[in-house]
Structure formats: structure tokens, C-alpha cells
Design a protein around this ligand. Structure first.
Ligand code: SF4
Ligand code: SF4
Length: 426
């Protein structure tokens, strides 16, 4: 979104291709961590970008679109996408909104994580596919939706490509001894972001109570030989500390413990933040062995103390600070664009004279697709990618790029893009 907005200030057509129904990636799920004062988490910047994208006349959105192939022909890239059907008219959005409130049908509708997602509602096609005769039994609210709409293909031509495929949060189910998600009050930091964002507070999933004793476990899925993820994810120390400070502000007197291997001094003001946190929280420099069920759904964290005795501590809530992994599509996208991956599987971020830009190749990877980054760093890199892209286009004497629709591919679509924005429910 940052790169598209930066480019939109120039005389260019920008096609923003997003595989999900909703723009914003992982970051749109993040909650505000203000604890009386702003903690600079930048979650609100993502909201702002989303709002601005909806207003940008020359940014054409292609939601729910998966890239099937990329060909480079005569100095342009031809991107073939397959787009799931959208229901973006006012009438369809109202029908989906009503369906989302119909008992037994909630799972068939997805709602965008932000009020700025446009369209706000989408059909959950997996749920439709899992129940083939669903279309025959829809309630009155959804009768006007054509559930038999087919996906469509699209050809997009571009003179340069910015792959910004983001990252994948580590899945804590891969550490079986942590019993995630079998223990309802063991949550990932991303789960906690979503809870805070939807309810405005940090609550225990099991009973929606405010937890008084909270544990954070750092480096979950990062710096780990066992998981094959040797890198530091760089963002999880700052985000966990900010979240803990926000939690303590919401629930004064709560006791927060950090289990950690190392605390990375990364991010702006982290020295100052760390020294304040050291007096407010308890830090235990141990990686817990396992998390077990306890009374009242309170998980028990078990670890080996420095004195080599087994310790067990009960908490109301355990938050797993999961790290960042390369996006699952990185290898496929890199292959199609003929660019490299680094040794961990992130896209190579090289550009300029020694990088991926040349007379033949104009590709500028950006954001967390190139390695762990926070929101501000991702936005900064997007700006750099745009600068390199414009220099490259100018040096090649190219000013604008065209957009070619294949009429054959568009027989069954009602999707609109650019200035012709779909309806967004208030
Ligand atoms: S804490 Fe984060 S989301 Fe809240 S105002 Fe500050 S930067 Fe924005
Ligand atoms: S940022 Fe902190 S929690 Fe995340 S991997 Fe690095 S040291 Fe571990």
C-alpha cells in the first residue's frame, strides 16, 4: 500500500494485486498500544494507508486475486491472475451483511478487519465449496447473491513490479509442548492483537475475564535450530513490550513476566523503553520447556531454573511472541519474476545497478517479503523501492504503463476498480 500510494503521486497507473479479500496484510490486525501516551507502534498508519488507497484514483485494486503466471514480453510484464468472485455492489454488500447476522450462516461471510476495507464483506468460498448444496438452501437474506458465480482470469501488463508479499507469522502449533491452541488461554501475539482490536481490551479467550497474571514467551519460532529459523525476527521484542505496557495501563496491578533468551535492542527508543520495562515487569532468562493445563483454565508454564530445578508457575494468560517467516508464496513468486531468495527464503531486496533492476528486469521487492521488518521499516523500504523503480523507468525512457483487459476473461464479473469504487458499508 505504501509503494502504491507513493507511486500514485506520479503519472502512472498502479495495479495492486492482493490475494485475500481484504487489503492490509497482517498489520491491519494490530491494535493501538497507547498506554495513556502513544507508544509509536504505527498500527494507526496502516489504517491511514488503507483509507488513502481507497481514495487514490490511479490505484486499481485486484482483490482476492492469485497470480498464476508472469511472463516478460517486449519490455513489459504480463501478469495472469485468477480472481475469486466479489460481491461489491451496494445490494450485494447489504445481503452479505444480513447473512453474516443470520444464525448458522455466520461462517459463510468474512468481514474485513477494518471499517476501511472496501468492500467490507466477502463470501467465504471455502465454506461454500465444503457444502455443495448450500446454494440451494440460502435464507431469504441472501437470495439475491449469485452463489454460482465463477472465478475469472485477468491479464495485467506492467513495466515494473514491486513484489510485497509480506511475511507469515510462525505457527506455534509447531511447538507441540506449548499446547497451542489446545489450551484456550495460550494465545499467539497475533491472536492477542485481534482480541484487543475487536474488544478494545486484553481478555482471556476462555471466559473474557481480565487476566491479572500474564506471561510472555519470547523468540517463539525465531532463533531456533529446532524450527530451522535461525534469524531474529526483530519485531517481537518491541511489540511484546509495548503490548505489556498497554496491558498494565489497562489493568493496573497486573503482574507480567517475560520468559526470554535475549531482548533485542531494536526499534526507536528501545533503550529507554527497555529500562522502564525492567522496573515494571519480571524477566526470567529461560526458554520454558512446556505449558500444561491448570485449574480455572490457567496455563502452567514449566521451565528449568538456572539452579537446574524444575519450576512450575500458573498464569491467567500466556502470550507467545511469534516471529516472522518468509511468505509461503515467496519461492513461486521469485521463480516467476526470475529473482533470488536469500538463504532464509525471503526475497532478495537488491535493486539499482548491482541488483534486480536492469534493462531486461525491473523488479523491486519491498517490505517484510525481504526479511523481518516493523511497519515503519516496511514503509521506508517501499519508498526506496519506488525511488529505484522511477529512476529505472526514466533511464529506460518509459513514462507510463498500459493496462489490458482480456474481454474473454471478464464475462462474469461485477468488480470495479480505480475511481469507480465499490460500496462500503458504514
Ligand atoms: S500507540 Fe500506535 S496505534 Fe496508538 S496512536 Fe500510537 S502509533 Fe497509533
Ligand atoms: S526480536 Fe526478541 S523475541 Fe523476537 S526473535 Fe529477536 S530476540 Fe527473540
Amino acid at each position: 500500500m505504501s509503494a502504491a500510494l507513493e507511486l500514485s503521486r506520479h503519472d502512472l497507473d498502479i495495479h495492486l494485486i492482493e490475494k485475500s479479500h481484504f487489503l492490509g496484510g497482517q498489520a491491519i490486525h494490530y491494535s493501538c498500544k497507547a498506554n495513556g501516551t502513544c507508544q509509536g507502534c504505527n498500527a494507526c498508519l496502516v489504517e491511514e494507508q488503507l483509507k488513502r488507497i481507497n481514495e487514490a484514483e490511479n490505484v486499481h485494486l485486484h482483490l482476492a486475486s492469485r497470480i498464476r503466471g508472469i511472463e516478460q514480453k517486449g519490455g513489459t510484464y504480463q501478469l495472469e491472475t485468477r480472481q475469486l468472485p466479489l460481491f461489491d455492489s451496494e445490494e450485494e454488500q447489504e445481503a452479505l451483511g444480513r447473512l453474516a447476522l443470520t444464525k448458522g450462516w455466520e461462517h459463510v461471510v468474512q468481514r474485513g478487519p477494518s471499517g476501511h476495507n472496501s468492500p467490507l464483506y466477502a463470501l467465504n468460498w471455502s465454506a461454500i465449496e465444503e457444502t455443495p448444496d448450500l446454494a440451494e438452501t440460502v435464507p431469504e437474506a441472501a437470495k439475491r447473491l449469485n452463489l454460482k458465480k465463477k472465478p475469472r482470469s485477468e491479464l495485467i501488463q506492467a513495466e515494473a513490479v514491486i513484489p510485497a508479499t509480506g511475511f507469515q507469522p510462525f505457527d506455534p502449533r509447531r511447538i507441540g509442548t506449548f499446547n497451542y491452541p489446545r489450551l484456550s488461554n495460550v494465545v499467539s501475539a497475533l491472536d492477542m492483537e485481534k482480541i484487543r482490536r475487536s474488544s478494545g481490551y486484553h481478555l482471556r479467550p476462555s471466559d473474557s475475564a481480565r487476566p491479572g497474571r500474564i506471561a510472555f514467551i519470547q523468540c517463539v519460532g525465531s532463533r531456533s535450530m529446532a524450527q530451522g529459523n535461525l534469524w531474529c525476527s526483530r519485531v517481537c521484542c518491541p511489540y511484546a513490550l509495548r503490548m505489556a505496557r498497554a496491558m498494565q495501563a489497562e489493568q493496573p496491578g497486573s503482574e507480567i513476566t517475560f520468559f526470554y533468551m535475549d531482548l533485542q535492542n531494536c526499534g526507536r527508543n528501545s533503550e529507554k523503553t527497555l529500562s522502564t520495562c525492567r522496573s515494571d515487569f519480571r524477566f526470567v532468562r529461560i526458554m520454558p520447556v512446556d505449558i500444561l493445563p491448570g485449574d480455572n483454565d490457567s496455563p502452567i508454564v514449566r521451565y528449568m531454573s538456572r539452579e537446574e530445578t524444575i519450576q512450575e508457575e500458573s498464569f491467567d494468560l500466556v502470550v507467545l511472541s511469534v516471529g516472522m517467516e518468509p511468505g509461503p508464496e515467496n519461492a513461486r513468486i521469485a521463480r516467476m519474476l526470475d529473482i533470488g531468495l536469500n538463504r532464509h527464503g525471503f526475497l532478495r531486496a537488491e535493486s539499482g545497478p548491482d541488483g534486480t533492476s536492469s534493462q531486461e528486469k525491473v523488479v523491486f521487492p519491498a517490505g517484510a517479503a525481504t526479511g523481518p521488518k516493523d511497519i515503519a521499516e516496511s514503509m521506508e523500504q517501499a519508498t526506496e523501492a519506488v525511488k529505484d523503480l522511477l529512476v529505472s523507468l526514466n533511464s529506460q525512457g518509459k513514462k507510463n504503463h498500459g493496462y489490458e483487459r482480456s474481454l474473454d476473461f471478464h464475462a462474469n464479473t461485477g468488480h470495479r476498480s480505480g475511481s469507480d469504487r465499490p460500496y462500503r458499508s458504514p
